[in-house]
Design a protein around this ligand. Structure first.
Ligand code: UGB
Length: 600
């Protein structure tokens, strides 16, 4: 009351609403008028922002929080009344006829897609100090995740246009929109990475950054807003989760712009999966063939692996079903509570994998039905709360909590008529995230994937080696090595630019004769028009097609033998080595290579 005269009438209204919402503690410690007055007023700017960034404002946020906190306290199972079972979906095998057919269909369709990268997370589990999209996807070329994603989108755009042209479609070339969801933690550094690298070859107007805001933290079961420990005139805030991407897309107006431009698909993907674009053409092919409104990409999942399980849930009373991701921390209790899976999240003795496909959070939504649904929900996604209680009475928290939401929960509000499916691909081909720090990765149970910077890079070489093998190249077997306490297969370090080969058919056309690559070799293919013909490589080869006519064939053959590039071990504790290298446990030492351009 003593401070009321400092506030504008609008601020007084906000203060009254907060009091009605049980938030009087926000003002109780206020200093006498004359002390910290600007800070006091600034609280109302923050509340205005929090109101604007949540559908229904803080009032709605507090109401939902009280309900969810009460459910959590009562130990209510969010899947109450549902029984889990294994859903049916498409299981693709890389390189077979079915796969090739889906890839071709995908290339036809991808020119009508928009790509959305969610990159607002800091990656606390990885503990890396920079933004994750700036990390090298592999250190042979040093190309970072963001560059690889952009080059992949550009290559898909060209390939789709060329394919449709070859089919007699004279239409204009479509520009694939590329959206990045950032947060306060990642926005400035993402923008800087783009700007300082000329957007990695993409037109700046093709890229849109949408920044998610944080949500208010909660101190107790009454949903009293937590004060910021750094500033007693602010509410503490934390990230709301990747589910924000839907409301941001909705409020940006981009969806209707895309619809009017004739686009049909929206693809969502995460910050560090270096293999993801291998899977995109076939997955879009599945979406188009099955006419899926929602298609989630999945890989075989090891029990307890930190990826959600795609599960069919059937309601015991009315038989209603949904196919949905059950997050990794909820799968085990859900299964244990069922009669069919009393042992919880365990591997099947027949396959050695969890019977539930692992969600890699790559979603393909059909734009029309997506707009219809968001028009109803405004992009609001079912939320959850995960308080860490002090003791079994569940009356107080160890630290403040907040509501969270996940992008893959989008189907939860869909009507039963919605066509929701999923597509399973081999993990070696489609999934290699970089999420765990070296210490945690080394503790992963034997046989489960490490999800570390070490495994993420080695997975690129393995996938490329296996793809070339399937295309007829003799690629030597890998050797086993231990880096940062993790045993991994080390294959020849083979990388190529996305434009060299996006689909299996593309790649098959680029290799012929009898080609071989030894285990200690490194091969970097930069140009689209490079053709490997009777190449025998034992060492390092860097090859580009620049310097010749656009559609000239640059044939690369014969025997290449040199000292090559070596892998040198690095300890993750060795701070004299750059962080992005030491988290891998190795670095590449370039000794000798053959480097040629198109003319040579
Ligand atoms: N992200 C944001 O953009 N904003 C946020 O507020 C939070 C995250 P994590 P998580 O495929 O491997 C997910 O932390 O949440 C971005 C799925 O839920 O890497 O542990 C962030 O930048 C899970 O079902 O993953 O688990 C990153 O790009 C499983 O599929 C992305 O969201 C798992 O990923 C994911 O954030 C997986």
């Amino acid at each position: 009351e003593k401070n009321l005269h400092l506030l504008s009438p609008h601020q007084v209204e906000i203060a009254k609403t907060l009091l009605e919402l049980g938030q009087s503690h926000l003002f109780e410690h206020w200093a006498e008028p004359g002390v910290d007055d600007d800070e006091k007023r600034a609280l109302f700017d923050q509340v205005t922002l929090l109101n604007a960034n949540y559908p229904g404002g803080l009032e709605s946020y507090i109401k939902t929080a009280r309900e969810l906190l009460a459910d959590s306290k009562a130990g209510k199972n969010p899947f109450d009344g549902f029984t889990p079972s294994v859903p049916e979906g498409d299981i693709l095998t890389f390189g077979d006829d079915n796969f090739i057919k889906f890839e071709e269909m995908g290339i036809r369709e991808v020119g009508r897609a928009a790509f959305v990268l969610v990159a607002g997370g800091l990656g606390e589990r990885l503990g890396y100090n920079g933004i994750k999209v700036a990390l090298p996807r592999e250190t042979t070329t040093g190309v970072c995740f963001l560059q690889h994603y952009i080059e992949s989108v550009l290559a898909l755009q060209e390939a789709s246009y060329a394919y449709n042209l070859s089919q007699g479609d004279q239409g204009e070339k479509k520009i694939i929109p590329f959206v990045i969801m950032t947060s306060d933690d990642t926005h400035a550094r993402t923008l800087q990475l783009l700007e300082s690298n000329s957007y990695f070859g993409m037109e700046p107007k093709q890229v849109k950054l949408l920044k998610q805001e944080k949500v208010a933290c909660l101190d107790d079961n009454e949903a009293r807003l937590a004060l910021d420990p750094q500033n007693k005139y602010r509410i503490q805030t934390k990230p709301h989760g990747h589910g924000d991407v839907h409301s941001l897309l909705f409020s940006s107006g981009l969806l209707n712009v895309w619809h009017d431009a004739g686009l049909r698909w929206v693809l969502f993907f995460q910050d560090t999966n270096g293999l993801l674009f291998n899977a995109i053409p076939a997955a879009i092919g599945v979406s188009a063939t099955r006419q899926y409104h929602v298609n989630s990409l999945a890989v075989p999942r090891k029990a307890k692996e930190a990826i959600g399980g795609i599960t069919k849930l059937t309601h015991i009373n009315d038989g209603r079903t949904m196919v949905i991701n059950v997050e990794y921390n909820q799968l085990d209790p859900l299964l244990r509570a069922s009669s069919q899976y009393p042992d919880g999240d365990v591997n099947s003795s027949e396959t050695g994998y969890s019977p539930f496909p692992g969600n890699i959070n790559q979603l393909i939504l059909e734009l029309g039905p997506y707009i219809e649904e968001l028009t109803k929900t405004k992009g609001g996604i079912k939320e959850f709360v995960n308080p860490k209680y002090k003791d079994a009475s569940k009356t107080s928290f160890k630290s403040s909590t907040r509501l969270e939401c996940m992008m893959q929960d989008y189907p939860k509000t869909l009507p039963p008529t919605a066509r929701v499916g999923f597509t399973v691909m081999d993990a070696w081909f489609a999934y290699a995230p970089v999420k765990n720090n070296p210490e945690d990765a080394a503790k992963v149970p034997k046989g489960n994937p490490y999800h570390s910077a070490t495994s993420g890079e080695m997975a690129i070489y393995r996938a490329n080696s296996r793809i070339l093998r399937k295309a007829g190249v003799y690629v030597a077997d890998p050797v086993l090595e231990i880096f940062n306490g993790q045993e991994v297969e080390v294959w020849p370090r083979i990388t190529w630019k996305p434009k060299w080969g996006l689909t299996f058919n593309d790649i098959k056309k680029k290799v012929s004769g009898s080609c071989s690559i030894s285990q200690r070799s490194t091969m970097i293919v930069k140009g689209r028009n490079v053709f490997l013909e009777n190449l025998s490589l034992d060492g390092a080869l860097v090859i580009d097609d620049d310097g010749v006519e656009e559609d000239a064939k640059v044939r690369v053959g014969g025997s290449v033998h040199n000292k090559g590039w070596n892998i040198e071990k690095v300890d993750y504790k060795d701070t004299s080595v750059a962080e992005e290298l030491r988290i891998r446990g190795f670095r590449i030492i370039k000794i000798e290579q053959l480097e040629k351009n198109g003319k040579e």
